[in-house]
Design a binder for this molecule. Structure first.
Ligand code: GZL
Length: 326
C-alpha cells in the first residue's frame, strides 16, 4: 500500500516538475485561445420569385448557419436598385466578402468598383453580368444557360420529329438565364426549319405570369399551340394550368419542356403534364463558402465555376422524384 502512495507522490512531483519546466503563467492570466473572428458575408439575393430561388436561398443561408458565418441577407424583390443599395451597405459594413445573385446582366460597374476599392471580393452566384473589367468580380458559380437552351432544343426536336409551332415563355427581361436559354434554344432550332417559335414573351420566371401569358397565347392561337418552351418550371406549371383550364391536354396534345428541375416539375412529369425539364442545380451553399475560403486563403479560383446540368423526362421522373433535394 505504502509503495502505491510513493508512486503517486513521485507522479505528482513529476507533473508539477514538468509544469515547472514551463514558463509559469502569472496565476489567473492563462491566455484563452483567441476566439476566431466570425466571418461576415453580405448576400444580395434576387428575390423569391420561384421555387428554384427559394431552394438557392435555403442552401446558402443554411450552409452559412452550419459554418457559423454571420450572413447579412438582403432580398431585393427583383429590383436591381435594391441590390445596389444592399451592396453599398455591405461595403460600408466592411464585410469579408459579398455574394451577389444579379437580377440582370448590366448596371453593376459603379457599385462593384466601390467593392474593389474596399478590397472586398465579390462572388457571383447563378447569374452572370456584363462588365468592361472582369476584375470587378472574383468568380461566377452558375450553370451554363446557353447549354441548357441547347439541351432543351435538342430534346424537343427529337420529341416532335423536327416539326412544331413553339410558344416560348421567357424569364426576366435582361436576366442572363433568360437571354442565354433563348440563345441556346434558337441555336438548335437553326438545324430544324420546321420548328418555329410562333410567339415569345417574358413571364418573369413566375408561375402567375406564366399562366397569364399562356392564357393570352391560347386566346389568340388556341389549337395552333403544339409545344411550349418555358425558361423555368414555375412558368411551365402556370402554362399547364392555363392549358387545362382551356380544355387542352398539356403533356399530350401540347409538348412542354422547361428548366430548373424543381419538385413541382417532377410531380407534373409523373402526372404526364410536363414532358421534360433541364435541371439547373440551386444547391450552391457548400461550393459558395468553400470558394470564399479559397479566395481568402489567397488561392486563385477560376473565373467561372460551372454547375453541371442533367435533363429529366417522364420516363425517369418517377424513379428519381423521391431523391430530389429541392
Ligand atoms: C437560374 C436562375 C433562374 C431560375 C429561375 O440560375 O437565375 O432564376 O431558372 C429563377 O427559376 O427565378
Amino acid at each position: 500500500m505504502r509503495w502505491m502512495i510513493a508512486v503517486a507522490l513521485v507522479g505528482l512531483v513529476a507533473c508539477s516538475k514538468q509544469s515547472s519546466d514551463k514558463p509559469q503563467e502569472p496565476a489567473g492570466e492563462a491566455a484563452a485561445p483567441a476566439a476566431a473572428k466570425k466571418l461576415v458575408i453580405g448576400f444580395s439575393q434576387v428575390g423569391a420569385e420561384s421555387a428554384w430561388r427559394t431552394a438557392e436561398t435555403k442552401s446558402i443561408r443554411g450552409e452559412a448557419e452550419k459554418r457559423g458565418i454571420d450572413l447579412k441577407f438582403a432580398d431585393a424583390q427583383g429590383k436591381q436598385a435594391q441590390q445596389i443599395q444592399a451592396l453599398t451597405s455591405f461595403i460600408a459594413q466592411k464585410v469579408d466578402a459579398i455574394v451577389l445573385a444579379p437580377v440582370v446582366e448590366t448596371g453593376w460597374e459603379a457599385v462593384l468598383q466601390q467593392a474593389k476599392e474596399a478590397n472586398i471580393p465579390v462572388i457571383l452566384v447563378d447569374r452572370g453580368i456584363k462588365v468592361s473589367d472582369d476584375s470587378l468580380y472574383t468568380t461566377l458559380i452558375a450553370s451554363d444557360f446557353v447549354e441548357e437552351g441547347r439541351m432543351a432544343g435538342e430534346w424537343l426536336a427529337k420529341k416532335v420529329n423536327g416539326k412544331a409551332n413553339i410558344y416560348e415563355l421567357q424569364g426576366t427581361t435582361g436576366a442572363a438565364p433568360a437571354i442565354d436559354r433563348k440563345k441556346g434554344f434558337e441555336e438548335i432550332l437553326q438545324k430544324y426549319p420546321d420548328m418555329k417559335i410562333i410567339k415569345s414573351q417574358s413571364a418573369d420566371f413566375t408561375r402567375a405570369k406564366g399562366k397569364e401569358v399562356m392564357e393570352a397565347f391560347i386566346k389568340s392561337d388556341g389549337k395552333n399551340i403544339q409545344a411550349v418552351y418555358a425558361h423555368n418550371d414555375d412558368m411551365a406549371l402556370g402554362a399547364i394550368q392555363a392549358l387545362e383550364e382551356a380544355g387542352m391536354n398539356p403533356g399530350k396534345d401540347v409538348t412542354l419542356i422547361s428548366v430548373d428541375g424543381v419538385k413541382g416539375a417532377f410531380e407534373a412529369m409523373v402526372a404526364g403534364k410536363l414532358n421534360a425539364t433541364v435541371e439547373c442545380n440551386p444547391l450552391m451553399g457548400p461550393l459558395v463558402f468553400d470558394t470564399i475560403n479559397k479566395v481568402r486563403g489567397g488561392e486563385k479560383v477560376p473565373k467561372f465555376i460551372q454547375n453541371k446540368d442533367q435533363l429529366f423526362e417522364q420516363t425517369n421522373a418517377a424513379q428519381v422524384i423521391g431523391t430530389r433535394e429541392y
